[in-house]
Design a protein. Structure first.
Length: 371
């Protein structure tokens, strides 16, 4: 009997097929004019993504890590400052803080949603705290509103890490519009993904947007006139074409992810040994990832992969236990929730275009592994 076709963790072919003709035409226009940096395509996408996100300003940049660093630098983060962030995140969140010259102060996550523990974050504030970075993991928004009032009283900026949540909402507000400023990533596998690296900063504050744009262009708004020490981080024109085409379809693609998540929940309802993900009250989840919890995670992942199911792990090591951010004062056991879930989480295949038959196969193999 033939072996079932492999099911990848992410399949970008479906999305590419929907936008291929539009992207080809857009790229031909850019190539024909040899306008490879900046231009109307970038401006149009920035305006469209700002409108989609419910903010006044969007600045396209080279990648998501740059977006966070630029957002932090725009709010004044620098050497001697501290930034509070969850240890349960991709390392880029802490990298951005370090690149801005500041120190990361890690806090634990909520054991159910895996989102930042807001009480712990507020408790970590010191006289050196300049920013708090709530991370919107897996497609849903952290409870940012629980941070804003206290942060505002202390003059602390709330900088959203919105890399995994394009289109998600919390209490009606769109990801990237709730804090003072936000950075997002358009890495290819994101809900809104480019054909390479890309990112953006969103904000309702015109002054912050202007600072980001200044810093992302060598500290210059006029050629050869430099008023600040910046660096080069611009959204590529060809990537702007891709993102514009995909943005027009993002609402439908997110709806497809929601439907797939609902079907996973239905299929897994009677499967012992699986903790399915939930949605925080007030959130409209867009399911960038479908992350379950199981005991013996590594064995389960190996079984899934051996049987053609592309399981993934996001993320196996909390940031405080990685080599670049290791601190003897915060070794194993310092953040128990993050450390516990890091050993149990696994991401099932999730993308627009995944079929019910594929999801049924995923759960079939998962159930075999759990038996």
């Amino acid at each position: 009997m033939s072996r079932p076709a492999p099911i990848p963790p992410v399949d970008l072919k479906f999305q590419h097929a929907e936008v291929a003709e539009e992207v080809a035409a857009g790229w031909a226009a850019v190539l024909g004019k040899t306008a490879f940096v900046g231009g109307p395509q970038v401006t149009e996408f920035e305006a469209a993504y700002a409108a989609y996100s419910g903010v006044a300003h969007c600045v396209g940049v080279a990648n998501g890590t740059d977006a966070l660093e630029l957002a932090l630098r725009a709010v004044g983060v620098g050497p001697g400052d501290e930034c509070v962030l969850p240890t349960n995140s991709f390392i880029a969140t802490a990298e951005a803080v370090a690149r801005a010259g500041a120190k990361s102060v890690f806090v634990d996550c909520d054991p159910d949603s895996f989102l930042i523990d807001t009480k712990a974050a507020l408790g970590a504030i010191t006289e050196r705290t300049k920013a708090i970075l709530p991370v919107h993991l897996y497609g849903q928004i952290a409870p940012v509103e629980e941070l804003l009032t206290v942060a505002g009283e202390h003059g602390i900026a709330v900088v959203e890490d919105a890399a995994q949540s394009q289109g998600a909402k919390r209490n009606g507000a769109v990801s990237g519009s709730i804090g003072h400023i936000a950075g997002t990533s358009f890495y290819p596998g994101k809900n809104l993904g480019a054909y390479g690296d890309a990112g953006a900063v969103t904000t309702g504050d015109a002054d912050l947007a202007a600072k980001v744009r200044l810093l992302s262009q060598h500290g210059s708004v006029e050629k050869y006139v430099h008023s600040a020490l910046g660096f080069n981080s611009r959204l590529d024109t060809l990537q702007a074409v891709v993102l514009q085409a995909k943005l027009a379809r993002l609402t439908d693609w997110n709806a497809a992810r929601v439907a797939a998540a609902d079907y996973y929940a239905e299929l897994l309802a009677g499967v012992a040994g699986v903790t399915v993900p939930g949605t925080l009250s007030g959130n409209e989840h867009v399911w960038h990832l479908y992350v379950i919890r199981v005991a013996e995670r590594d064995r389960i992942v190996a079984h899934l992969r051996d049987n053609g199911v592309g399981a993934a792990i996001h993320y196996p090591t909390p940031i405080h236990l990685t080599a670049p951010f290791a601190d003897p004062a915060f070794g194993p056991g310092s953040f128990p929730n993050a450390e516990l879930v890091a050993g149990e989480i696994l991401s099932l295949p999730m993308y627009p275009g995944i079929t019910r038959a594929q999801q049924e196969r995923v759960v079939e193999v998962l159930t075999e592994a759990l038996a």
